[in-house]
Ligand binder design. Structure first.
Ligand SMILES: [Zn+2]
Ligand SMILES: [Zn+2]
Length: 625
């Protein structure tokens, strides 16, 4: 048989040859360095047989930055972690251990809880394994064999995984450790040149808080020590910027055990929120959106009509009102549908763009809550655009233009993912051709780079997911633009055309910040708390040197109308108060002493620059920031 190599040349191999055989046929060096096989975008274990005519690419230890190569390296590292833990802590049960972005984890049930200090010891044990060397072997087994194997060892989680597995069951073994695993894995542990256990967290078995809480050990691994060092440095920077730390430290918000997942916004956090809200209102008005307001709670019937029940029922908080089932809205669409349907609509009213930022609630599992990034209260900059089929193209293009404008304000780089027709689509291929083209055209027009997620659209329409890259190069999923004709028809909505008959109505669901909560969380990390002047909660702080300067400091603050000014008149030394404003990342600080007056102010900028300005000069200067 023949396989096709990346340069399109063909390689003749005996029937049943594996990826490793292919590597050997090319050269012994390649066979030694091979870590993984990639075929049509899919990864394949080197130990598996190849098919005639298969296109293959062999990844090696030189593909140090390739996500798939790193993925297999880290997956194998996760198995080393499990082996080490089982040896060091007899009686520990093992659960799952997948590779993830930037690393891997493994979940364990320890007989006694362990602390962060245990990580070093475990890491030491893994290093021992690496020094001894490990190689992986792969074996297909029956479900019965797998169940017996793990039951004998008291590995209840593995037994459960066997019972719920579909497809063939495989074991991967290194040393005296065998794991239930789909693979793929490295040939041996030689390519793992750098490994680090990065943290410890609680994690419920299968993510369900009703299940046992397990201990999750996070780690990462690389082909090269220098790559690990660079990664750890980025991690440190991300930690310094963590919004969960900076939020309370900068007095922006906090969380209370009384309402997990719902931030309590402090005045300074609200200052940021209100700046975002101002932009939302201004741009909505400029772009022809109409602000509306709809109820927070509805009877359950509403969500059956919209289709959110029973599909999203678990994600919604439910109520009992007037002896009937109700729910708190987790999305605005139903309200906007009711609003649109309050009277017959003519084509002359379209497009009609309803915008609403009322809070939504989602019953996220407590174990999955994460600062402002995953919350139970979600305040979207939501809108629904009702339009005719002919208007789709222009409306989508306008929304993408809006998104590009908005993200540009924050120096965030946008990219997109276009999800196209899934297998269970409704509607004709012609309709899908038209709607997908409309979305794609909008992205091209706005020069937003995009990837196609084939088959990932909802059954009723294609969608655009907007991603942004922050100052640390991390990608965040932000807004979505979703085209839909299904929900209007579920609510019986149409419009009357020029021909006096009813026509099919389309709706575009779109949120661009995504939610205020999440967006602010990301902005805090993006800026590391050092917000640009226009967004900073406190833009300027006046520090009166002594008690006698307090009145003048307040006078100055009043003269700076329109600027968010604070006077720090605490009984601390000037030096301490200057340092504190540096920690709080205040953009401009003025120390007011004997020498200061409206003609001469000592201005200190964030970043260290100092100058003397008159009040008028200062006003002019602040206006440029
Ligand atoms: Zn595995
Ligand atoms: Zn919607």
């Amino acid at each position: 048989m023949k396989v096709v190599l990346p340069d399109s040349s063909e390689l003749e191999l005996p029937e049943g040859a594996t990826g490793l055989d292919a590597a050997r046929a090319i050269g012994p060096k390649l066979a030694e360095q091979a870590v993984l096989l990639r075929s049509n975008g899919r990864v394949q274990d080197l130990r598996l047989p190849l098919e005639d005519g298969q296109k293959i690419q062999i990844l090696t230890t030189r593909d140090t930055q390739d996500p798939d190569a790193l993925y297999v390296l880290r997956h194998s590292a996760a198995h080393l972690l499990a082996e080490a833990v089982r040896r060091l802590y007899p009686g520990t049960k093992i659960a799952i251990g997948p590779p993830i972005e930037n690393g891997f984890y493994y979940d364990f049930e320890f007989p006694e809880p362990i602390g962060e200090d245990a990580l070093e010891r475990i890491e030491e044990e893994i290093r021992k394994e690496l020094a001894e060397g490990r190689s992986w072997s792969r074996e297909e087994v029956t479900a019965e064999e797998a169940r017996r194997f793990f039951a004998e060892q008291g590995e209840d989680y593995k037994v459960e995984l066997v019972d719920t597995a579909d497809g063939p069951i495989t074991f991967y073994t290194q040393g005296d450790f065998t794991d239930l695993c789909r693979g793929p894995h490295l040939q041996d542990s030689k390519p793992i040149k750098a490994i680090k256990l990065t943290g410890l967290a609680g994690a419920y078995w299968r993510g369900d808080e009703h299940n046992t809480q397990l201990t999750r050990i996070y780690g990462t691994a690389f082909f090269d020590q220098a790559d690990l060092d660079a990664y750890l440095e980025r991690l440190e920077e991300a930690k310094r910027r963590d919004h969960r730390r900076l939020g309370p430290q900068l007095d922006l918000f906090h969380f209370s055990e009384r309402s997990p997942g719902s931030p309590l916004w402090h005045p300074k956090g609200m200052a940021i929120w209100m700046e975002l809200e101002k932009i939302r209102q201004r741009e909505n008005a400029r772009r022809g959106y109409l602000e509306v307001r709809t109820p927070i709670i509805y009877d359950a019937e509403t969500f059956y009509i919209s289709g959110h029940f029973p599909k999203y029922e678990d994600l919604m908080f439910k109520l009992d009102v007037d002896g009937r089932p109700w729910a708190i809205k987790a999305m605005n669409c139903p309200g906007h549908m009711l609003l649109f349907g309050s009277r017959p609509r003519s084509y002359k009213e379209l497009p009609l763009r309803f915008a609403e930022p009322t809070p939504l609630h989602r019953d996220e599992l407590s174990g999955t809550l994460h600062g402002l990034l995953r919350v139970r209260i979600v305040t979207q900059d939501d809108a629904h655009i009702f339009c005719t089929e002919e208007q789709i193209q222009d409306e989508i293009a306008a929304v993408v233009d809006y998104a590009r404008y908005l993200y540009g304000l924050f120096d965030l780089t946008a990219s997109a993912e276009l999800s196209t027709r899934p297998d269970n689509k409704i509607g004709t291929d012609e309709q899908w051709d038209m709607t997908e083209a409309a979305l794609e055209e909008a992205l091209k027009l706005n020069e937003i780079p995009y990837a196609i997620a084939a088959g990932e659209g909802a059954f009723y329409g294609p969608k655009i997911d907007l991603h942004m890259e922050d100052s640390l190069g991390r990608k965040w999923q932000m807004g979505t633009i979703q085209l839909d004709s299904q929900m209007p028809s579920r609510f019986g909505l149409t419009y009357v055309g020029p021909d006096n008959t009813e026509h099919e109505l389309y709706v575009v669901h779109r949120a661009l910040y995504g939610s205020f909560e999440r967006f602010i969380g990301i902005l805090i990390e993006h800026y590391g708390g050092a917000f640009p002047f226009w967004l900073a909660p406190v833009q300027l702080r006046v520090i009166p040197v002594g008690e006698g300067h307090r009145a003048a400091a307040h006078e100055l603050a009043e003269k700076l109308e329109g600027v968010r000014v604070e006077v720090d008149e605490r009984d601390e030394t000037v030096g301490k108060r200057i340092r504190d404003s540096e920690i709080e990342k205040i953009p401009v600080v003025i120390v007011y002493g004997d020498k200061e007056s409206d003609e001469s102010l000592a201005v200190r900028e964030r970043g260290g620059e100092q100058s003397t300005k008159s009040l008028d000069e200062l006003r002019g200067y602040l206006a440029t920031l």
